[in-house]
Design a protein around this ligand. Sequence first.
Ligand SMILES: NC(=O)CC[C@H](N)C(=O)O
Length: 304
Amino acid sequence: MEYQKLFIKINNGLQEFHDLGQVADYIPELGKVNPNKFGVHLTTVDKQHFGFGDANEKFSIQSISKVLALTLAYTLEDENLFKRVGVEPSGTPFNSLFQLEADNGIPRNPFINAGAIVISDVLVSHLKNPKEDFIQFVQQVAENSEISFCERIVASEKSCGFRNMALANLMKSFGNIKNDIDEVMDFYFNLCSIEMTCQELSKTFLFLANHGVCPFTNTIILTPSKTKRINSIMQSCGFYDEAGEFSFKVGLPGKSGVGGGIVAIHPEKYSIAVWSPKLNKKGNSNKGIEFLERFTSETKISIF
Ligand SMILES: NC(=O)CC[C@H](N)C(=O)O
């Protein structure tokens, strides 16, 4: 399959797409990004690369990193992890508070903010030097020692992270945060600040298309069963209250971030990353979803 030609064809078709999305500006630093950036990169499990547009430019992967945090926490806690966080779609925005009270401080899934804050707490409990150990894990999965947190984004998020602090405090009141809130939230904001290019992102996530094994190094990141489960949580919860719509349109498990990135997995075939900073009302990349819908329609291949 010549994906390169297909990317060009879809991009040509998208010239007529009227992108009504808006760049996330509730985090001041994210509001400074050029809204017209657009990149795509696909890496196959047999290690072929296909890139397009701004595929080699770094951007803030934001909530996409929640998948990597879940991956590490799942290997450390096994099924015990799911006593403190569920695996059901929330049907609510990523930073919603109200469900959490009714659910006694147990977040619906690990990909909404509340769920990722619980995962952060788990990692803070297990890791000796949480931030350093976590970024080393990401570098290992990415096979790239340059991947890092972005201090500028961390500071920007901390300056306006009131809802996230509220989520953490509410969960602490229910006993579902074990460590000091400031330490957990410092970890969470760093987690959200990781930067990657589309190329780095698609390569990093390839283990999820390959039964948990990184094809470049043959390193086992997860067991096949845990890999299936993480893909399944991405399928049902990767896009907040738009998860059903993404599944309906694209037909692949995936995860979005408010930096405008999306990564989607076709098990046993490829991992694809798209970046377009303008978001729809649900906080997902508007053009990114459109691109992926056209991509799986053109290739006529999805998991369904
Ligand atoms: N959906 C997202 O990417 C949200 C992550 C963002 N850092 C936040 O906590 O609000």
